[in-house]
Design a protein around this ligand. Structure first.
Ligand code: SAM
Length: 209
C-alpha cells in the first residue's frame, strides 16, 4: 500500500466493524491497513505544544502514537483490537509508549492526560456518554483533539455521515468548560480512503483550568 494514503483502499465501504472481533477480523485482512505516516492534522495541531502525557484513542497501527512519542510525549496508544495493538507494538516498543487494550464504550480511563487524541474514531450521535468519557480524561488545561473524515468524503466512500457526533455537536455537548482552539474543515493534504477522503474535520479544545 502506498505510504501516501491513510487508506481503506482494499476495503471499500465494508460493513463498519464495531466489536473487538470485527475490528480484529478487519485488521487480519492485510498486513497494514493504514498509512505509516502521522495524520497531517495531528502535526498541524500538536506541534509546539509542551509535551506531557497523551492518550491516543483508537490508535490502530500507531502512526500518531509514534509521532507523539518522537515529540517527547509519554503516550498510551489504546485500541479495541488486539491485532492492531500487537502490530503497533511490533513496530515500536519504546519505553515512553504503552499499548493498551481498551474499549472506550466499556472501560474506564485510569488517569487524566495532558492530551487526548482520536483520529478517525467516529462517535455515534446517540452516544454522548462516550464523548463525555473521552473528554473527562483530559486534565484541566489539557487538550482534546478530534480528527474525522468530513461528511462529503464519508458519503463518497459509501458511508452515511448522519448518525455521528460532529465537532459542532461536541462543542455544544461539552459546554462552557472548554475553549475551542480549532473547529475546521480543511484539506487533508494527502487524500485518504482511495482518494475519497479529501478533507478532514478537526476539533481542538482546551479544558479550562
Ligand atoms: C479508522 S481506525 C483509525 C486508526 C488510527 N487512529 C489512524 O488514524 O490510523 C479506528 C480505530 O478505532 C478502534 N476502535 C474502534 N472501536 C473502538 C472502541 N470502542 N474503543 C477503542 N478503540 C476502538 C479500531 O480498532 C481502529 O483501530
Amino acid at each position: 500500500m502506498s505510504e501516501h494514503q491513510h487508506s481503506h483502499d482494499d476495503h471499500q465501504a465494508p460493513a463498519h466493524p464495531v466489536t473487538a472481533s470485527e475490528w480484529d477480523e478487519l485488521y487480519s485482512t492485510a498486513d497494514r491497513l493504514w498509512t505509516s505516516n502521522v495524520n497531517p492534522a495531528v502535526i498541524a495541531e500538536i506541534t509546539g505544544l509542551t509535551p506531557g502525557s497523551a492518550f491516543d484513542l483508537g490508535s490502530g497501527e500507531g502512526a500518531d502514537v509514534r509521532w507523539l512519542a518522537d515529540q517527547g510525549w509519554t503516550v498510551t496508544g489504546a485500541d479495541i483490537s488486539q491485532v492492531a495493538l500487537d502490530r503497533a507494538k511490533a513496530i515500536d516498543s519504546r519505553e515512553t509508549i504503552t499499548w493498551k487494550a481498551f474499549d472506550v464504550t466499556a472501560d474506564s480511563f485510569d488517569s487524566k492526560y495532558d492530551l487526548v487524541t482520536a483520529s478517525y474514531f467516529h462517535i455515534a450521535s446517540d452516544d454522548e456518554a462516550t464523548l463525555h468519557k473521552i473528554a473527562g480524561a483530559v486534565a484541566p488545561g489539557g487538550t482534546l483533539l478530534v480528527v474525522m473524515h468530513d461528511p462529503e468524503g464519508m458519503r463518497a466512500h459509501g458511508r452515511s455521515p448522519e448518525g455521528f457526533l460532529w465537532p459542532d455537536d461536541m462543542v455544544r455537548i461539552l459546554g462552557d468548560g472548554w475553549t475551542v482552539v480549532t473547529n475546521d474543515n480543511r484539506e487533508r493534504g494527502i487524500p485518504a480512503g482511495g482518494g475519497h477522503h479529501v478533507n478532514d474535520v478537526v476539533l481542538r479544545m482546551v479544558r479550562k483550568a
